[in-house]
Design a protein around this ligand. Structure first.
Ligand code: NAP
Length: 330
């Protein structure tokens, strides 16, 4: 049996793994079979992760985090968790390959998944012109006319990246003001290939075999019009990935996993959560990494208390405050 299993391999999961491995907890990281590395694997240059003044490519940053975790003894499995049994003191994690792993504690760091618009044509044409990942699919739209839906940093980043391939990129936003940070906005405004379509909601995606256009509804006067397009990139935010724990862990009204104050303690003793799956607000690589640190420190305290008591605290892992960093030998 393991001391800790970490589910998720984004900045939160790998940072938890680095700290847990350095604390000699030999963590097992379940990294996913298709999405190992998390959201940053779909990102180009990361310009705001401290320590990389010249920026670093998202996949390179994740490879470094994994390497750092493995260097201290973390074991990474490319598999998917299909079910969890977390009520008792022994946490059981069953994987897609059919194996079940057991541990005294769990860190749940499953991140978030791209939000869907939820309209006709979207899932039917997914992979046939509808995409949620510019870095994955941008290449297929050389000299094509495409649109990015959304007004946040993701939409600006995707649109700017897509101008490397497309002849024209519309940014379709439901308001007349962007949510994106000023630097990302300015970059998009300056780009001659980008045209903004304000106050517009995509209400239908057209095409039989492939995308041919969208139907836009004016969010001010309700009028509708068609816009001819070869592709639609949806970048309207992410939703926390909680499907494995819906009926097992307490969730917040925003749909994230509930944690106790500034800790990573969930509603179930011995289960800790970190990263985007607990964060409805900040959702940055660096805040996720910090949150992974908190989870590893909380795990360490939980296991120490478990060792002293010989059994988990039935009242709910009453381990106050954050762990003393000195115990990790930093
Ligand atoms: P976000 O900030 O939540 O923005 C989502 C955008 O999509 C908003 O403009 C929103 O419109 C729009 N939207 C939401 N639901 C919609 C719907 N059903 N139909 C049409 N439009 C919809 O999400 P994000 O851009 O993915 O960014 C998430 C976090 O990651 C943010 O904290 C961001 O700063 C960060 N991020 C940072 C970088 C970077 O620094 N390089 C890059 C990417 C993301 P409203 O504005 O009207 O709500």
């Amino acid at each position: 049996m393991r001391q800790v299993i970490i589910i998720g391999s984004g900045p939160a999961g790998y940072t938890a793994a680095i700290y847990a491995a350095r604390a000699n907890l030999s963590p097992l990281v379940v990294a996913s079979s298709v999405e190992a590395g998390g959201e940053l694997m779909n990102t180009t240059e990361v310009e705001n992760f401290p320590g990389f003044p010249e920026a670093i490519m998202g996949p390179d940053l994740m490879a470094k985090m994994q390497e750092q975790a493995e260097r201290f003894g973390a074991e990474v499995l490319y598999d998917d968790v299909v079910s969890l049994d977390i009520d008792g003191p022994v946490k059981k994690v069953t994987l897609g390959s059919g194996t079940t792993h057991e541990a005294d504690s769990l860190v749940f760091a499953t991140g978030s998944a791209p939000r869907k618009i939820g309209i006709e044509g979207e899932s039917r044409l997914s992979g046939r012109g509808v995409s949620y990942c510019a870095t994955c699919d941008g290449f297929f739209f050389r000299e094509r006319v495409i649109a990015v839906v959304g007004g946040g940093d993701s939409a600006m980043e995707e649109a700017t990246f897509l101008t490397k391939f497309a002849s024209k990129v519309y940014i379709i936003h439901r308001r007349d003001e962007l949510r994106a940070s000023k630097i990302m906005q300015e970059r998009a405004f300056k780009n001659e290939k980008i045209e903004f379509v304000w106050n517009s909601a995509v209400v239908d995606i057209l095409g039989d075999e492939a995308v041919t256009g969208v139907v836009l509804e004016d969010t001010v006067d309700g009028t509708r019009r068609e816009l001819a397009l070869d592709g639609v990139f949806v970048a309207i935010g992410n939703d926390p990935r909680t499907h494995l724990v819906h009926d097992k862990l307490q969730l917040t009204p925003e749909g994230t996993v509930w944690v106790d104050g500034r800790s990573s303690r969930t509603s179930v003793p011995g289960v800790f959560a970190a990263g985007d799956v607990i964060d409805p607000t900040y959702r940055q690589a660096v805040t996720a990494a910090g949150s992974g640190t908190v989870a590893a420190l909380d795990v360490e305290h939980y296991l120490a208390a478990l060792g002293e008591a010989g059994a988990p605290d039935p009242a709910g892992a009453e381990i106050d405050g954050l762990a003393d960093a000195a115990t990790l030998g930093r």
